[in-house]
Design a protein around this ligand. Structure first.
Ligand SMILES: Cc1ncc(COP(=O)(O)O)c(C=O)c1O
Length: 356
């Protein structure tokens, strides 16, 4: 982490902790990342390598279109890159899961991940923030994952010194965002940028250092900022995966380009719903429809189970709506390819013809 910048990359912070922080006079900001469990890997002998490659190739063609709300789909090229680097990361002779989190290899991974995220979101290095003692926070959920509702413009706190705090878990890095409008942005990585267990927190530095006396050290951002997200052992492999995703998003041309793709994907799906003469319905008002989570119902609700079952047979999985609202929901995060949404739309049209 660059000490001259106004953000830090920190690890293992629960999503709900930010509200304890009071503003404070240094005009800086921090950025945090966190936790993932490691799956055991088994390694067979090298004689089977060619066979393993063939198996890997077929497992790519066997992949489903995963419409889950999170943990969610990851970019195939990122998974393949992680696979190719798994046994021996950049000549280190070991995997990222095995290396010291304080060693030079992992330091380069976490620093590059942060630098790429800074570039993606154009996180400003400095801006003035004037706070008064009565400052309050306004907390929003930038994209509500269950109902599929997304802020298109962000609200400004009524109190001119108010701090805007956003949970961006389900639309993080799906489009450009003016980070300078927020005191705190946080996001679980498991929807758009990596595996579950990593939480990214971008926090203006003047909001750090005001934890209550009773706050456990692990919940104090100051500790994590001071220790560059390495106060204790972080979820190294999860951070590495996020880093690969950030690199991939930059390679795609950054978030301006990523947003265009997301808009195109969402448009064909919402159009298919809206043009179905009521066979499919989206309950969300058009101006606030999410680009990430598309909920819809069937006019003949008794067909919903059949819809989900048939879609799964066609290798489109996790289309069931959240248990609290029912219906269907297609989560179409960054890593969902256009082909997945096109296939879903074609299936929906065919299903309608067969069941109208
Ligand atoms: C907007 C939003 N915030 C946070 C989360 C993650 O919450 P938790 O880590 O408590 O499962 C989710 C989804 O899982 C979400 O959609």
């Amino acid at each position: 982490m660059a000490t001259t910048s106004n953000t830090h990359l920190l690890l293992k912070i629960p999503l709900s902790h930010h509200h304890n922080h009071q503003p404070h006079r240094h005009n800086r900001r921090h950025l945090l990342l966190p936790t993932t469990p490691h799956k055991p890997i088994s390694i067979t002998c090298s004689a089977t390598q060619l066979q393993d490659r063939a198996a890997a190739a077929s497992s790519i063609t066997d992949r489903v279109f995963n419409f889950a709300a999170g943990p969610a789909v990851l970019p195939e090229n990122v998974l393949l890159k992680a696979q190719s680097e798994l046994l021996n990361w950049h000549g280190s002779g070991m995997s990222v899961m095995e290396m010291s989190h304080r060693g030079k290899e992992f330091t380069s991974i976490i620093e590059k991940a942060e630098a790429d995220l800074r570039a993606l979101l154009t996180i400003p290095d400095d801006y003035a923030v004037n706070q008064d003692p009565h400052a309050r926070y306004l907390h929003i959920c930038a994209n509500e994952t269950i109902y599929g509702v997304e802020f298109k413009d962000y609200p400004v706190p009524k109190n001119k010194d108010g701090i805007l705090v956003a949970d961006m878990s389900s639309n993080f890095c799906s489009k450009p965002v003016d980070v300078s409008k927020f005191g705190v942005v946080y996001a679980g990585a498991q929807k758009n940028v990596g595996p579950s267990g990593v939480t990214i927190v971008i926090i203006r530095k003047d909001l750090i250092g005001k934890a209550q006396d009773i706050t456990p050290v692990m919940l104090d951002y100051k500790i994590h900022a001071e220790n560059k997200s390495l106060y204790n052992t972080p979820p190294c492999f999860g951070i590495y995966m996020c880093g690969l995703v950030f690199e991939d998003l930059l390679d795609q041309g950054g978030l301006v380009e990523v947003e265009k793709k997301n808009q195109a994907k969402a448009k064909i799906l919402y159009d298919a719903i809206d043009e179905s003469n009521g066979f499919y319905r989206c309950p969300v008002e058009k101006s606030v429809r999410s680009l990430m989570n598309v909920p819809f119902t069937l006019e003949k609700s008794e067909l919903e189970a059949e819809f989900i079952k048939e879609a799964a047979k066609e290798k489109m999985v996790a289309l069931k709506g959240h248990r609290s609202v029912g219906g269907m929901r297609a989560s179409i995060y960054n890593a969902m390819p256009l082909a997945g949404v096109e296939k879903l739309v074609a299936f929906m049209k065919d299903f309608q013809v067969r069941h109208a």
